[in-house]
Design a protein. Structure first.
Length: 415
């Protein structure tokens, strides 16, 4: 009997070890790579007030080609800020996740950031998810910077906590049309529009067509090309029939490179021009130097190799990591600037409210005091007010020469 009791006891202990091991395996296996949180900053004095900023990234989805360096830039700014001693009296922390460009996943992550992480503001990403979340963001009173520059987000009644930190896609399109009007030689210029069938791709299309009518630039064709397209010859052959002088692209790097490569193959004479996500080093890297020569695009933010005052602190960060400017790109700079502007709003909120938790309402009010906020040439200066969260209408144009982007215009408005 004693031996039986001992045997059962030993078996019970063994079962506990097996269950514990299985439980550990299941826990780790249930967490996919894309759903893991990534954080930056967050150290400092335990007596300081803590402010958590949420991040919603596209690393593995349809726009991950530009989303990845953008997210890296946001995280890098928080790391740099902490390494420099942070903001006096505050512990700033960025916590973010990859949503793979899936709107339901963005909504899920947003709720986790709000309820679990208790964020005071959010650095988001895409047009579709940002527009889907804007009413919830307004209800929750959490300032929201998106990498989307959708014109719809300018409506402060519909989007009271959304801020545009660069010229909207529609303003970018208007700027291109105005440049075409000023520089085209010959008869009235004709334009085609090439975009993907998403909220992002469609965002500026109607506004571009409307502005074209206003200034006498005729939109003669539209072609829908998937954001992950590996060929676009059929759409370009259809476009060729309308003989447009120019074609405006609203895509990210990969699809833009596909369009330019196939246009070269078909021998098209059309001048291609891209909005901001269709511009940058990645287009050249993917399509090649010869294919991209003479391509014109919106330069909403600076390139790391441009000699602007704002690059000083970026280079300080890179030096601290043993990196060079060649290791980052323009989209990294865009993410860095988004984080920098958000932190400025937090700093102002902290100064105006020296005690207690720093809320989304206070950060919004802080951002609304920014007047011609100087970003050291890395982006156009920004101004926010209580009735206008569209920070600027100004943007630049650039052109690819000898495999490198060069500035074609200074920051300018289409007006």
């Amino acid at each position: 009997m004693k031996n039986n009791k001992l045997l059962w006891a030993l078996m019970g202990i063994m079962m506990l070890f097996v269950l514990a091991a299985c439980s550990g395996d299941d826990s780790e296996g249930s967490s996919s790579e894309g759903s893991k949180s990534e954080s930056a900053g967050g150290g400092g004095n335990p007596d300081n007030r803590t402010v958590v900023i949420g991040g919603i990234y596209d690393i593995t989805g349809g726009t991950g080609d530009v989303g990845t360096p953008y997210a890296e830039g946001e995280k890098a700014y928080f790391e740099h800020l902490e390494a420099k001693g942070g903001v006096e009296g505050l512990n700033l922390k960025l916590i973010g996740k990859d949503y793979a460009y899936q709107i339901p996943e963005a909504q899920k992550i947003y709720q986790e950031l709000r309820d679990k992480e208790k964020v005071s503001a959010v650095l988001g990403w895409g047009t579709g998810d940002t527009e889907a979340l804007r009413q919830q963001v307004g209800t929750d009173q959490l300032p929201y910077f998106s990498a989307s520059f959708s014109e719809n987000l300018k409506d402060i009644k519909e989007s009271p906590y959304n801020f545009l930190i660069a010229a909207s896609y529609s303003d970018q399109g208007r700027t291109i049309l105005q440049w075409i009007k000023e520089n085209h030689k010959g008869d009235n210029p004709t334009v085609a529009l090439l975009y993907n069938d998403s909220a992002f791709g469609r965002s500026p299309i109607e506004d571009i067509k409307k502005y074209g009518k206003e200034i006498g630039v005729e939109i003669v064709d539209e072609q829908v090309i998937d954001v992950k397209a590996t060929e676009a010859q059929s759409q370009l052959l259809n476009m060729k029939k309308k003989k447009p002088d120019y074609a405006i692209i609203n895509q990210t790097w990969s699809a833009t490179a596909t369009i330019l490569r196939d246009a070269k193959t078909l021998g098209l004479d059309t001048q291609f021009m891209g909005l901001n996500w269709a511009s940058g080093e990645g287009v050249i890297d993917i399509a090649g130097k010869d294919v991209t020569e003479g391509y014109i695009g919106i330069l909403s933010h600076a390139f790391p190799y441009e000699d602007f005052p704002g690059m000083v602190e970026v280079k300080e960060y890179l030096d601290s990591k043993g990196k060079k400017v060649e290791d980052i790109n323009q989209k990294f700079i865009q993410g860095w600037i988004a984080a920098k502007i958000m932190v400025e709003g937090v700093k102002i909120a902290a100064e105006k409210n020296p005690e207690g938790d720093i809320t989304g309402v206070q950060i919004r009010e802080g951002l609304e005091t920014l007047n011609n906020f100087d970003l050291g040439g890395l982006a156009a200066p920004l101004t926010f007010t209580s009735d206008n969260h569209a920070g600027t209408e100004q943007t630049r144009l650039g052109i690819v020469k000898d495999g490198k982007w060069e500035q074609l215009t200074d920051y300018r408005s289409y007006k």
